[in-house]
Write a protein that binds this ligand. Sequence first.
Ligand SMILES: [Mn+2]
Length: 467
Amino acid sequence: MKMGLDTDVRRAADTICEADEVTIISHIDADGISAESIFAQALAREGLHVRSVFVRQLEPMAMRHVPRDRSLKVFTDLGAGQQHLIEEHGFAADEVLIVDHHVGQPCGTAYPQINCMAHGHHKLSAAGLAYLIAKEIDGDNIDLAKLAVIGNVGDMMARETCGLVGPARAIVQDGVNYGNIVVRERDLNCYGISTRPVHICLGYSNDPFIDGISNNAGGALRFLQQLNVRLKTDEGRWLVWEELPFEDKRTIISALVQQLVAHGKETDRLLGEVYLFPDEPERTPLRNASEYATLLNACGRWAKPRVGSSVCRGDRGTAYREAEYMLGHHRAIIRELLQYILETGVTELSHLQYIHTGNRFPDTIVGIGAGMALSRLNWRKPILVMSAMVDDPQVTKVSMRTNEWALARGVDLQHALVRAARETGGAGGGHRIAAGAYIPKDVEEEFVGCVNRILEQQFASKGAHHC
Ligand SMILES: [Mn+2]
């Protein structure tokens, strides 16, 4: 018998439909929130009683929020790596379903699990899996494909390949067929195409890095002004990329290509697939997958995942206004964090650069700040940011970010942090390009040295000796 993803999807759908009550335990990021809202809506449509619990991570303290009742506990976007914890809390195999896309750590109890990693699909997020299960429950649920695309994009599944691939791309097609997704196949691969003036959009972007434009909004504006394209409306409002006439977009893209070529840079990351939502108002963060995902992340990171979930379910009143406020707040604090990192400066080791932000910023956002700071620092060296945990001063949270350049040279942050954390008494996880760890406060120095040595080995494995 072939045990494909389809088989697991069917089995998960059956397990859920057999339950009278369901508790969804999900992660607070865009993927976790969209996965939860897909399940919550699909199950409510079946007349099932659903409640949701959001957790920052599945750790011992968070387990007390998981109810000990007769409901089926559906763990989404988490659980695969914490099965021992679920077991320690006395949950039996027949009251649990794990829907995850992180590396699993089995325990004595064989919990039913659907995990795309097990089927070799590395570019599908938990929201993608939740959607496949929802569609299996009822084919009418294809309106929820849009939320799966937001989760996939939010988890950076489109990043490396400049677009979603495999099962995640098939989900996009469901949304196109339903009519709430429009795909622009070769559009500008840039964040903010629905809400930001074009020069801000270009100036805040750095993938690919374009000399004189990336990280330089003033330079980007001067560049655009030379092209004779219309940048403002008659009323003097800045146009966003999505609003530009086709001709102007083409003029700008070919000028950007020339700029890249003139500096001997690759042009292949300039264009990518963009997922627009025609049923959402223009010039709002709801209008495309990546900005929508940021809105959800802002809600989650500032302890309002339910606000994000309400927005996913269609609330455009109170919840949406609150989400917009969270997004503004999120951006302001991240700007401050970025400023702090750049002004304080990082310590450079041979293969990484690091900084400790103490308790100045919430540990839920330091990773984002690290990613933004990287391109303005020495982008050849992965960045490591440590921060104190507010609720546990004995624990240090570590966030690391790198870029495609380093990945192509053998760097794998997930592997590096898992290994270094294991050697120093902590725990790590994540993805090749972005990973994190929790370590005891007193091993910080040792830990950083250890990660540096592992990165040195990784860089050496692909024969790249220059940092
Ligand atoms: Mn995820």
